[in-house]
Ligand binder design. Sequence first.
Ligand code: HEM
Ligand SMILES: *[C@@H]1O[C@H](CO)[C@@H](O)[C@H](O)[C@H]1NC(C)=O
Ligand SMILES: *[C@@H]1O[C@H](CO)[C@@H](O)[C@H](O)[C@H]1NC(C)=O
Ligand SMILES: CC(=O)N[C@H]1CO[C@H](CO)[C@@H](O)[C@@H]1O
Length: 434
Amino acid sequence: MILPILLCLIFSFLIWSLYQTCKKNSFYKNIPGPSGVPIFGIAFEFKSTQDVLINLTSYIKTYGDIVTAKIGPFRRYLLVSDYNFLECVLSSTKLIKKSHHYTFFQGWLGTGLLTADGAKWKTHRRILTPAFHFQILEQFIEVFEKCGDVLVKKFENEVGRKSFDIYPYVTLHTLDVICESIMGISVNAQNNSTSEYVNSVKNICKIFVERSVSPLQMCRFMYPFTKNYWAEQKALKILHQHTNSVIDARRKELHKAENGHNTNPKKSKKPFLDLLLETKIDGIPLTQEEIREEVDTFMFEGHDTTASAISFTLYSLANNLHVQEKAVDEQKKIFGERKDVTAAYADLQNMKYLENIIKESLRLYPSVPFYNREITDDIMFGQKFAMLEMKSTISKILRKYKLLPADPQHELNLVSELILKSSNGIKISIEPRC
Ligand code: HEM
Ligand SMILES: *[C@@H]1O[C@H](CO)[C@@H](O)[C@H](O)[C@H]1NC(C)=O
Ligand SMILES: *[C@@H]1O[C@H](CO)[C@@H](O)[C@H](O)[C@H]1NC(C)=O
Ligand SMILES: CC(=O)N[C@H]1CO[C@H](CO)[C@@H](O)[C@@H]1O
């Protein structure tokens, strides 16, 4: 009795899938693109993360700014790099459905802003946007500057070497910045890169990347039979436990302060977490789970992106000395001869030339080279935070060191590991600036 019903259901599902695929295909009929192999399209062309960037770029070169391709039996994609088209998509309040790739992050991030869509995304986006008002950002500058001082100090070990990779230093720096800004605690990653939490962040990011190019791991049903699934479960336990314990501790502290026992009057800056704990939607506070998801989302989105942008900007400055000199002139105008001075919000606002350098570097080396929508909304979110953090860090380094090309000169080998990176490192050389 059950078997015929089951067969009938499976058969209907197949017919329905086929119908949907055909209906979509007719929409793509007049758009050029690679055909790949029958049924699977171009699914097997991406063998490593290195290929993804090379292959997608080559499609754009061959077919133009709007390209279509089939990846696997059921999914057809539009690869868009046309500015007008993108503007239209990004300013739409309707095209906000995230593509299925975002489910990979859901183990860690649940449905925080990055992975949420529909009504949840709209309400959370509305309540979280004020957290990035400049008055709130202003208090984070202290964090940027403090962590930047440690980075400048760590660079001392590399003075005079012909070539060194800046990325590992910068990524620990941005992890320190984001942890303190978002959770209000210091993980001290720059001094303790072996901490369980820091390691788990690194591991899970690596797993995301590997999964995004492995057909076996992409499949929800097969994934539990792979090694990465178990490695992910282990990392998730540590990551969630850490975030939950930070939330619990902060909740207790806020509660104490509310009742007038302010045990820690020195802590005047409010981490992002406080806003989450205080916020209410229609009078109802966010659940522990919702808070954890947003904290983890900002931890993920906010550290690797800025690490990539800061590193590529420093690399570009090292390889364009005339631009570096002009940037240093601007620093001198703002700070005079004072090298160790802490930048204030107004100082960072005045670094117009440095801002242009960062933007040009992001154009050449976009931290997030591509992302997906199921046929979004604006991406202004972490922009102001990121710009202030990048200026604070780069300004500090520029005032202290002269950046030089690595010897022999380092050619980047760009790869998209969700975030744009260089598989052979981002190498420069530094000298003290006197
Ligand atoms: C140079 C630095 C950065 C770049 C290039 C960048 C780029 C992007 C891009 C392209 C997206 C859209 C991704 C998608 O929808 O798949 C995004 C989303 C997001 N970013 Fe960033 N980001 C940067 C820094 C940051 C920072 C520092 C934070 C946090 C403090 C942050 C928080 C977020 C969040 C929460 C989202 C999801 C927003 C939403 O869907 O409403 N980003 N970012
Ligand atoms: C981290 O290391 C730097 C120098 O390498 C040092 O100046 C700083 O005080 C250390 N910070 C902590 C919290 O241990
Ligand atoms: C590094 O962090 C771990 C816990 O994550 C801690 O046990 C260890 O003492 C820390 N080491 C230093 C040098 O602070
Ligand atoms: C179509 C295309 O550009 N395919 C290339 C994808 O990347 C691999 C590795 O770099 C190349 O061998 C393919 O030719």
